[in-house]
Ligand binder design. Sequence first.
Ligand SMILES: C[S@@+](CC[C@H](N)C(=O)[O-])C[C@H]1O[C@@H](n2cnc3c(N)ncnc32)[C@H](O)[C@@H]1O
Length: 236
Amino acid sequence: MTQDSAAKFDTSRAGEYAEQARIALAGYDACHELSACMLSAALGAGGSARVLVAGAGGTAGEIVAAARLEPGWTFTAVDPSPPMLALARDRLAAEGLAARVETVPATVADLDPRPGFDAAILIGVLHHLPGDAAKRALLGQIAQRLRPGAPLVLAGNVRPYASEPLLLAAWAARWRMHGAAPEEVETKMAKILQGAEPPASEDALAALLTGAGFGAPLRFFVSLFWGAWLARRAEG
Ligand SMILES: C[S@@+](CC[C@H](N)C(=O)[O-])C[C@H]1O[C@@H](n2cnc3c(N)ncnc32)[C@H](O)[C@@H]1O
């Protein structure tokens, strides 16, 4: 179950995740809130839905935002990193949401393969997976578990970091803006870049999605290298 993409989210990284994620991604909470709004718009407000949340460890912010907006939704949250999932469980309990969320220390591949979900959320995971095959495999595993036409909200970084030096420098400046000394900025950036492999472009991301059984993605959020999209599981 443990994979390299999860192993780097160890106890030390989990401990600082909530604070660091909000510096690393300008608009971290807005991305979670808009993800909930997009799913609600796609499914229709006020109904019931079973939502699969992959890579749900950490703040559980995407679940909290969606659960508050749509009281009729329930969630299955998977993450192969035990410390990240433990953080999510604590937050969900503190928010009074534990009864609406099943947390599973696993990957999507470990879940029942039938199409039992009405929607899915995959935030901040894809660019940690090495190569297109692993990315397509995870998207395919999600597609397999979604009903035809069901929406997926996907968010993460696109484009190789070295291809956009200006964005990379602005990203480093954001750490400086939040008080990091030059050597700390260097350490932060090295940690962020470690093992990360974003899709080559937005077109490449769209191709990964269509190859895995989704329609064309609609972008609704952008912040430096980061973007968020909604795509629907192909019908039939
Ligand atoms: C950057 S965190 C994002 C967490 C959360 N979605 C958020 O928005 O803050 C990435 C998470 O993906 C998890 N992860 C890594 N590989 C995964 C995989 N193959 N399937 C599901 N989750 C995975 C990691 O363990 C980690 O908790």
